[in-house]
Design a protein around this ligand. Structure first.
Ligand SMILES: NC(=O)c1ccc[n+]([C@@H]2O[C@H](COP(=O)([O-])OP(=O)(O)OC[C@H]3O[C@@H](n4cnc5c(N)ncnc54)[C@H](O)[C@@H]3O)[C@@H](O)[C@H]2O)c1
Length: 415
């Protein structure tokens, strides 16, 4: 039995899921294949992802193909209508907008009690629980597939100290995921979430992006496209040089904050934007985090420091510091495109969730032969998704001739 806010919201949620499904042609092919093969039939799958329309379509697809699917996620990234729509499609959903931390742990326990064979995880939250407080789950768990850069780092740390007991696919590291989802998906939806929630203009504003990885690159590019003057802060010399050669200003975060109108964190690291840098911001500066770590800037610390706080618009909180100086935080400092928006554009998630559905399939078919540890999605699966996407877009590409392939393998000739 699902635990959701209001089953009566189902029609709205179902409409949103239907809308997403019409723009996910590769997923639709995956759905047809899974149904035909019967690989999912009767298998138990947990989906730990933000409850929004595209994720819901992934979960509904697995259920449609015969799996018993349980879904859960912390409430700041839950759309109650979508949760209800998904529950109406026969998926067990344990998620409510605004849930407390205790409730969320209870929801995860409900999912774990269903003894999933495969977990599609986010930030490795449920895999971590299975390895610490709920080891009984490992008896029947075949493996997991991890969505985020941050979660993959966690799994690698668990692998390095010998803790990880099941094979895990680093879905994030598939090219069909990070090249598009992290960069173009986060780029568009992060900028969009901040602008939609504030109704402000980006053109002419100085926007600081902390972290110039895949997500930071996407945010910087889309922000510049809307007229922002972009500054990058980094700790990695190569990433900083890339930002410079892409035409952005590069400077330490404390200096960048002296001139910033908007700061967006995209590092996956705690306190990438420390309070000391926030202290330097001018009146009216906007802050948002799009990394998967909730305290890339520490909202609790900022709250303690503030003279007063108030909600000024949905998803926008004002922090009055001193002498009338105010800082505005969008989306409570938690992954802004999901906490204060609907997440990535649908077509992007067509790729990401094809990766996830086929990772789950791969685990169900092959986990017994896979060692505990972090595995890549096999290249042929990744490439087949990319080729399917091109096909559904009506795009054609060339192939290497036999002669060209032989040339690439020959070392004897110089030219
Ligand atoms: N918002 C979303 O929908 C979304 C989508 C994909 C990934 N993510 C999350 O965003 C974060 C970044 O992901 P990514 O794929 O870009 O990772 P990445 O590893 O490609 O990039 C992270 C960058 O941040 C830099 N960095 C680390 N600490 C820093 C600091 N203190 N100051 C400045 N720069 C610093 C690193 O040098 C690196 O270049 C992760 O937490 C990831 O899980 C969010």
């Amino acid at each position: 039995m699902s635990m959701i806010t209001d089953p009566a919201l189902a029609p709205d949620g179902e409409r949103k899921i239907d809308w997403a499904s019409t723009w996910m042609p590769v997923m639709n092919r995956v759905r047809d294949r899974l149904k035909e093969e019967g690989v999912m039939r009767g298998r138990r799958v947990a989906v730990i992802l933000p409850v929004e329309p595209k994720t819901a379509y992934l979960a509904a697809t697995l259920a449609d193909a015969g799996a018993e699917v349980a879904v859960s996620f912390p409430g700041v990234m839950v759309h109650d209508d979508v949760a209800a729509g998904l529950a109406a499609r026969g998926v067990e959903v344990f998620a409510r907008r605004g849930s407390t931390h205790e409730e969320e742990l209870g929801f995860f326990e409900e999912v774990l009690a269903r003894r999933p064979e495969v977990v599609i995880d986010d930030r490795a939250d449920v895999i971590r629980l299975a390895h610490t407080t709920h080891p009984e789950v490992l008896e029947t768990l075949l493996g997991a597939s991890e969505e985020t850069t941050t979660g993959v780092l966690t799994l690698r740390a668990m692998e390095a100290d010998g803790t990880l007991k099941v094979p895990c696919i680093a879905a994030n590291d598939a090219r069909c995921k990070y090249l598009f989802d992290n960069r173009y998906g986060s780029g568009q939806s992060t900028v969009q979430a901040v602008l939609d929630n504030t109704n402000l203009l980006l053109a002419g504003r100085r926007l600081v992006v902390a972290g110039y990885g895949w997500v930071g690159k996407g945010v910087a590019r889309r922000a510049r496209g809307m007229g922002a003057r972009v500054i990058v802060s980094e700790v990695d010399p190569f990433a900083a040089l890339e930002a410079y050669h892409d035409g952005y200003d590069v400077m330490p975060i404390e200096e960048a904050c002296e001139v910033a109108d908007v700061v967006m964190t995209a590092t996956g690291v705690r306190r990438a934007l420390p309070l000391s840098a926030i202290e330097r911001l001018k009146d009216g500066a906007l802050l948002a985090n799009t990394g998967a770590v909730d305290d890339e800037f520490d909202v609790a610390e900022l709250r303690e420091r503030a003279l007063e706080t108030r909600i000024v618009r949905p998803n926008v909180e004002e922090f009055k510091l001193e002498e009338g100086r105010s800082i505005f935080v969008i989306g409570a400092g938690v992954v802004v495109n999901l906490s204060a928006g609907e997440g990535h554009p649908v077509e992007i998630m067509d790729l990401t969730f094809s990766v996830q559905a086929l990772s789950a399939r791969h685990l169900l078919l092959n986990a017994a032969e896979m060692s505990p540890g972090v595995h890549a999605l096999p290249d042929e699966i990744d490439e087949a998704i990319a080729r399917d996407k091109l096909d559904t877009l009506g795009l054609r590409i060339d192939r290497l001739t036999d002669e060209q392939q032989a040339f690439l393998k020959a070392w004897e000739a110089f030219a």
